[in-house]
Design a protein around this ligand. Structure first.
Ligand SMILES: Cc1ncc(COP(=O)(O)O)c(C=O)c1O
Length: 424
């Protein structure tokens, strides 16, 4: 008998609520205030540094850069990454066996899950989480087990440090079952801006050793830390044996559209990530791998890492001055380029009409909608990074991305002053 509905989608893509990026981007496009000041999605408002751009342009003139790269990545890029990261890992990384190149960090993580999960295997994810983790885990049949992180109790009344968000190690331990195969950690963290402390990482890492759990450490913001930064892979040989560290050329070189990422780990882990990656997309974009390699080779000479961190911290501090002016508390980031601001003091007009797809969401969606339509500033509602049962933890917060031109940050200030009359 023929199928009654040939277009019935697979469960993994069916019935997904409209994702936050579409809601916010559509609202931004429809806002009466144009052009919108878009501090929502974490893409850069400016170009990669000139030496990296030049490398990309020149790569297109090389015959071999327009053809397939080896599935595990271009040898030049693997070598450049191994050289750049060996000092941070405290040992010589083998570029052939311990580094694999992927199509952005995102596909790298999908490959890791594809490489290790069987149907029904569990993966522990801390909330809030980068939303892609969930579908990446579920596609190979994995089950996500959530452990919430908590903002400081004072977070609604005073500015606190992003480091004050707590990870409940006991709750993590309680979430471990015989089916737990992997845990995902993210430091510096999106959206909190927390840099996990050495003690927190050690506690998580030791439990993973005890239970033989693979650690996927998402460190895509690893050059943007404003307090000491620890890599979990470096804490002990036993933890290192279980750890895959994730990186992103897009985040490091302001080129999120290039889709160049990588995983670093010991051979017994990396070989299966590469095997999955080969089947998912065969190999990744050649000219931009070449340009990323040159970016790494020349970064120190341009003092790029120092400058990039200094520049981002400057943007962060300049932007956050508006919250001090308005008297709205925020969670002062320890790393990355996102800031969470607490809007509990903002009273939305009672008779304000929200469209149904916003009205049915938690308060942060309404706050985000209001800011877009009334003030012309786009931010992201962070309940999207929580499960529905824990969404209440962040329904008064909004996430702003500061990786934008200074002029845009200045315009954001002017517009956000319009919030004054709603603050109580
Ligand atoms: C925490 C985190 N991990 C991974 C990614 C994805 O990185 P890529 O663009 O290299 O796939 C992002 C992008 O926003 C992110 O915030």
């Amino acid at each position: 008998m023929p199928r009654s509905d040939p277009f019935k989608p697979a469960a993994r893509v069916a019935n997904q609520p409209q994702d936050v990026w579409s809601i916010i981007n559509e609202a931004a496009a429809a806002s009466p205030v144009q052009p919108i000041v878009n501090m929502g999605q974490g893409f850069f408002g400016y170009n990669p540094p000139q030496f990296v751009l030049n490398a990309a342009k020149e790569a297109l003139d090389k015959v071999e850069c327009n053809q397939y790269s080896p599935t595990k990545g271009r040898p030049r890029l693997k070598k450049a990454i191994a050289k750049a990261y060996s000092p941070f890992f405290g040992r010589e990384l083998d570029p052939e066996k311990e580094v694999t190149i992927t199509t952005g960090a995102n596909e790298g993580m999908l490959s890791a899950f594809m490489g290790f999960l069987e149907s029904g295997d569990e993966v522990i994810v801390f909330e809030p989480f980068f939303d892609q983790y969930v579908s990446n885990i579920e596609m190979p049949g994995g089950k996500v087990v959530y452990v919430p992180m908590h903002p400081p109790a004072r977070g609604a009344s005073e500015t606190t440090s992003a480091g004050d968000w707590t990870v409940d190690i006991k709750a993590f331990e309680a979430a471990i079952t015989p089916r737990t195969r992997m845990v995902v950690i993210n430091t510096p963290h999106n959206p909190i801006g927390k840099v996990f402390s050495r003690d927190e990482l050690l506690a998580i890492g030791n439990l993973c050793v005890e239970h033989n759990i693979i650690i996927l450490s998402d460190e895509v913001y690893d050059k943007l830390y404003y307090v000491p930064f620890t890599r979990i892979a470096t804490l002990s040989p036993e933890i290192n044996r279980l750890t895959l560290t994730v990186g992103s050329g897009g985040k490091l070189f302001y080129a999120t559209g290039w889709r160049v990422g990588w995983l670093i780990g010991q051979e017994h882990l990396i070989k299966y990530v590469s095997a999955a990656h080969t089947r998912i997309c065969y190999s990744s974009v050649s000219p931009l791998q070449e340009a990323t390699a040159i970016g790494f080779e020349e970064a120190e000479g341009h003092n790029f890492w120092e400058e990039s961190k200094k520049e981002m911290k400057g943007k962060m501090d300049r932007f956050n001055a508006i919250w001090d002016e308005l008297g709205l508390p925020y969670s002062d980031p320890e790393g990355g380029y996102f800031v969470l601001v607490n809007m509990a003091k903002v009273k939305l007009p009672e008779d304000y009409v929200f469209p149904p797809h916003v009205a049915s969401r938690p308060r942060d969606f309404k706050l985000a909608w209001f800011l877009i339509v009334e003030l012309g500033v786009a931010a992201i509602p962070p309940t999207e990074f929580f499960t529905p049962q824990n969404a209440h933890i962040v329904e008064d917060w909004l996430r702003f991305a500061v990786c934008k031109d200074d002029e845009i940050l200045e315009r954001a200030h002017e517009r956000l002053r319009g919030l004054k009359k709603y603050i109580q």
